[in-house]
Design a protein around this ligand. Sequence first.
Ligand SMILES: [Zn+2]
Ligand SMILES: [Zn+2]
Length: 106
Amino acid sequence: MKCNRHPDADATAICLQCGRALCPECAQEINDEIYCKTGPCAEKREKRVGYQRRAGGLAQIMGLVFIALGILAALLVGELVPSLFSIFAGLIVFIYGLFLEKQAKL
Ligand SMILES: [Zn+2]
Ligand SMILES: [Zn+2]
């Protein structure tokens, strides 16, 4: 396969954003991911990463709120089953948020 911009150069990578074939001169590597050096691909990636990071932070906060509500309900109402369910759901959301944030490394 040949580079998308240089018909003489062999492609060594494929852009993760747009799928074009890239030679070493056209490719840039960000955290083991390959993107076009020219064009909006790296920029789009940064937007996606920013969004993921915000979503991850939000999910962590929501998870903590669920956990806190579960603990509060257990203490105030004494209903253990709904409390455990809430704490469990909060943990899952919280861990998902950590995962999202980890994915969004720059
Ligand atoms: Zn690209
Ligand atoms: Zn090229």
